[in-house]
Design a binder for this molecule. Structure first.
Ligand code: NAD
Ligand code: UDP
Ligand code: UDP
Length: 327
């Protein structure tokens, strides 16, 4: 029997990962019931340990490339490795996760007539020529390089979302997420913020790729999750028409070079670490910064509120505790 009140049953795929586990915390805190489906490829039970035994939380070990038959009111589809080293480890599985995973979750949403959110990415813009990136920019993606399994997988997932939207009137919400960081990133995640912090705390060399002049714009996780929920909670249009499908950029518009990031991390950790230079990975985007005008306009003036230094302090504190407990 479905609820008589407004409480929802929500599926979060990839819920044992970094972003998924923070999203689940927010949904549980506001009273929803959550099913987390994750194959634990890059996620870890440690991220959801605190929810073990919670009456409104359920974990199922499931790979989204296989069909899933359950009953829910909403779906957040986050399942996919997000770090270049992990998504390039088994690239065929990465594309399958994005494409077959999207088909299965869209099929589920279609059967249930449920609203479905897609965690898309700024990588759909590739190595962007337009700067900052607006949602109308079509990108500059290499279809056959080492990042393509992720970039093209996510682009194809967007295509599927918009075709289910047009063909089956499915209520979709596609968010293009820009680099986000915070507690619960895996210490071996491989992305730049966790790498630099873990290296600095361990007194290891900081591995700077290229000359460090490439840019990213880093968003703190709590700000991003607020954006997810505002987007997903936007009501449908009049006469039951699906609401705003997106795509909408979610991320921080504060751009910095990777070298600046290394210097801030060294300063905040007080580490005596030195910077060493590694080759720039193939197809590594030279610049990235979202234009978030659309999110501000439609999501009740959403914009990040945590500045980079504060977010990094919180993340350093998390890794400091994690590493000192030897996990
Ligand atoms: P993460 O690696 O911590 O989380 C991904 C989760 O998906 C993990 O728990 C992993 O085990 C799970 N997963 C992977 N393949 C799966 C499969 N086939 N079936 C079921 N579960 C599977 O990464 P994250 O940063 O939390 O990213 C979450 C989502 O957000 C991803 O879709 C990612 O592409 C997207 N995203 C994240 C960022 C970011 O900066 N964090 C930026 C752009 C897009
Ligand atoms: N699917 C699922 N759960 C459901 C319904 C569908 O996992 O509750 C999967 C199933 O594998 C199916 C896919 O979603 O092949 C796409 O479903 P859709 O109804 O769009 O197309 P179908 O392939 O069934 O014609
Ligand atoms: N990077 C780096 N050192 C590292 C990891 C990454 O200099 O140890 C660089 C990487 O080459 C890229 C930027 O930091 O230019 C962001 O990399 P990340 O893997 O975090 O994300 P993405 O490239 O997907 O934005």
């Amino acid at each position: 029997m479905r609820y008589l009140d407004s409480r929802k049953k929500i599926l979060v795929t990839g819920g044992a990962g970094f972003l998924g586990s923070h999203l689940i915390d927010r949904l549980i805190a506001r009273g929803d019931e959550v099913v987390c489906a994750d194959n634990l490829f890059t996620g870890t039970k440690r991220n959801i340990d605190h929810l073990h035994g919670h009456p409104r939380f359920e974990f199922i070990r499931h790979d989204v490339t296989f069909p899933l038959y359950i009953e829910v009111d909403q779906i957040y589809n986050l399942a996919c490795p997000a770090s270049p080293i992990h998504y390039q480890h088994d690239p065929v599985q990465t594309t399958k996760t994005s494409v077959h995973g999207a088909i299965n979750m869209l099929g589920l949403a279609k059967r249930l007539k449920a609203r479905i959110f897609q965690a898309s990415t700024s990588e759909v813009y590739g190595d962007p020529v337009e700067h900052p990136q607006t949602e109308s920019y079509r990108g500059n993606v290499n279809p056959i390089g080492p990042r393509s399994c992720y970039d093209e997988g996510k682009r194809c997932a967007e295509t599927l979302f918009f075709d289910y939207h047009r063909q089956h009137r499915l209520d979709i919400r596609v968010a293009r997420i820009f680099n986000t960081y915070g507690p619960r990133m895996h210490p071996n995640d491989g992305r730049v913020v966790s790498n630099f912090i873990v290296q600095a705390l361990r007194g290891e060399d900081i591995t700077l790729c290229g000359d460090g002049r490439q840019t990213r714009s880093f968003c703190y996780v709590d700000d991003l999750i607020e954006g997810f929920i505002r987007f997903m909670d936007m009501p449908s249009g009049a006469n039951g028409e699906p609401g705003l499908p997106g795509p909408i950029n979610l991320g921080s518009p504060c751009e910095c070079t990777i070298r600046q990031l290394a210097e801030i991390v060294i300063e905040l950790t007080g580490a005596s670490a030195k910077i060493i230079f590694l080759p720039l990975p193939v197809d590594d985007p030279m610049q990235r910064k979202p234009d978030i005008s659309l999110a501000r306009k439609h999501l009740n003036d959403w914009q990040p509120s945590v500045c980079l230094e504060d977010g990094l302090r919180r993340t350093i504190e998390y890794f400091d505790q994690l590493l000192s407990h030897g996990k």
